[in-house]
Design a protein around this ligand. Structure first.
Ligand code: ADP
Length: 473
């Protein structure tokens, strides 16, 4: 089967979060299972772009509003990612340093989707399926069906749309409808949600199948989906949850190029100690104490706003006995509050504001516990990486966290779960971890070995996607 994935991110070309990890891994596993998987993302000016060799495969032009634009498609030559990676270059629109966060993001992603449809329309042999991811590509299934320039050849190609995060839906005003490629006006209602053009809603309405990145999240969306709850409830017959996997080659403590000290399940005690010492040395922390880490976007979804108060309270409760290390960026007020903790709590708290892939790997390897108090977590990859590195997850029971972490008090359990996104619940969970660390050291070793053996690779999920694809051929 030949599958084309269309997305805004793909690791290592462009990653802002879990979406990038998924698009950089799922296609590789589909190829390993005997299929042809291609990925197309915008051409941003990232390091990866300049490090690789590219060949030009297509050039053409389209319109955004009344403005003519030229686009080109380039392909990575070496196939080093294990699948064909294509980039769409639109001069002045896509070729920027960041992925998101520009005032003209709506125009940028409409132009991208327009170019992708235009390019695929020109193929001699059309793909068997087009798989779109998140709202930046949510108009593609609609354009394939109703875009005047595309429908003749693309309307019979099945489309799948995966919701990685419904908190962002890309909605924009009907006054900007002129940005869209010409399409059948009779079907304009498919673009609408609550009086705006809503790309996420459009995709949920028009894709042949909809998936979410965990079963738990699919259920939650009918209650909480940034205004799209009724739509998810209405479309539930064609929707299913497929839990994300992880790329076990990239996330492998035995071979991770970001680590100085490699380890396996047999050498986890020593390997973790060495990585922890290295990590603690960098941040002036005591490596004899349990180390709690948080990695992620500093936004309300991740409950990062609770961290400053929770950390201060936990350290006050266990003075000189625990340490925290935080990596992330996001809302400036949260960043500042966290930064302000480092001086009074020097030696107990380390904070790195920013995005750093290498440091994140060292943290998964060196931490004892990975804290995820999320209010919303569609799947969550951090807990899966933590497990792979023998780090115990402490999670709020929500979305994919609920689907992947069993509390150590329950049968077959290994992590710590709590119910509410509150400072009190975080403190209680940390108390349980401290007790485990200091009073039951043998147990900690046992859990580390147990979690490293759990198979969260993409093999299983890739098969589930294939079954879904086949069901609509
Ligand atoms: P999100 O909702 O942000 O997509 P996920 O848990 O699905 O959350 O995926 C987060 C991914 O982004 C993980 O690979 C995590 O390690 C990475 N990540 C998040 N913030 C940072 C950061 N500041 N530096 C490095 N990696 C980060």
């Amino acid at each position: 089967m030949e599958i084309v994935h269309v997305a805004a991110e793909c690791f290592p070309m462009a990653k802002a979060g879990g979406l990038g990890d998924v698009i950089g891994a799922l296609p590789k596993y589909q190829v390993l299972q005997g299929h042809v998987a291609k990925v197309v993302v915008p051409m941003y000016r990232t390091e990866f772009l300049y490090q690789q060799q590219w060949e030009l495969v297509h050039e053409s032009s389209q319109y955004i509003g009344s403005q003519f634009f030229h686009y080109s498609v380039i392909k990575e030559k070496s196939n080093r990612l294990g699948f064909d990676l294509y980039l769409v270059d639109i001069n002045g629109l896509l070729d920027r340093e960041k992925i998101y966060g520009y005032p003209d993001d709506t125009e940028r992603f409409i132009a991208f989707q327009n170019a992708v449809c235009d390019w695929i329309y020109s193929w001699t042999h059309l793909p068997d399926l087009i798989h779109c991811h998140d709202h930046h590509t949510g108009l593609v299934p609609f354009l394939m069906q109703y875009g005047y320039d595309f429908k003749e050849r693309l309307s019979t190609i099945p489309s799948v749309f995966t919701v990685h995060n419904a908190q962002y839906n890309g909605a924009f005003s009907w006054e900007q409808k002129y940005l869209l490629p010409a399409c059948d006006m009779l079907h304009w209602s498919l673009l609408d949600w609550h009086g705006q053009i809503n790309p996420l809603a459009t995709a949920v309405k028009t894709a042949w199948r909809v998936t979410t990145v965990s079963k738990g999240y699919l259920q939650e969306l009918t209650n909480s989906a940034a205004g799209l709850e009724h739509l998810f409830a209405h479309e539930k017959e064609k929707s299913s949850g497929i839990l994300n996997g992880i790329d076990t080659e990239i996330w492998d403590p035995a071979h991770d190029p970001y680590l100085l000290f490699h380890y396996t399940v047999k050498t986890v005690a020593q390997g973790k100690r060495q990585n922890k010492e290295e990590l603690c040395r960098r941040f002036g922390l005591d490596s004899e104490r349990p180390l709690f880490c948080f990695i992620g976007r500093m936004v309300g979804e991740k409950a990062a706003d609770l961290l400053p108060a929770a950390i201060a309270a936990c350290v006050a409760r266990h003075p000189q006995r625990i340490s925290f290390l935080i990596l992330g960026s996001g809302e400036s007020s949260i960043e500042q509050q966290l930064d302000m903790l480092t001086e009074p709590l020097q030696g107990s708290v380390g904070v790195y504001i920013g995005y750093q892939e290498a440091l994140s790997h060292l943290m998964y390897a060196g931490a004892d516990f990975m804290l995820m108090p999320s209010r919303v977590e569609p799947c969550g990859l951090n807990q899966l990486y933590a497990l792979r590195f023998g780090t115990l997850p402490i999670v709020r029971a929500v979305g994919g966290l609920k689907d992947t972490v069993i509390d150590m008090g329950d049968k077959g359990g290994f992590g710590i779960r709590f119910e509410q996104a509150t400072v009190e619940d975080i403190m209680h969970a940390v108390d349980r971890a401290v007790t485990l660390y200091y009073d039951q050291p043998g147990h900690l070793e046992h859990f580390r070995e147990q979690v490293m053996e759990i198979d969260h690779s993409w093999r299983h999920a890739a098969k589930q996607y294939l079954q879904l694809y086949k069901s609509i051929q």
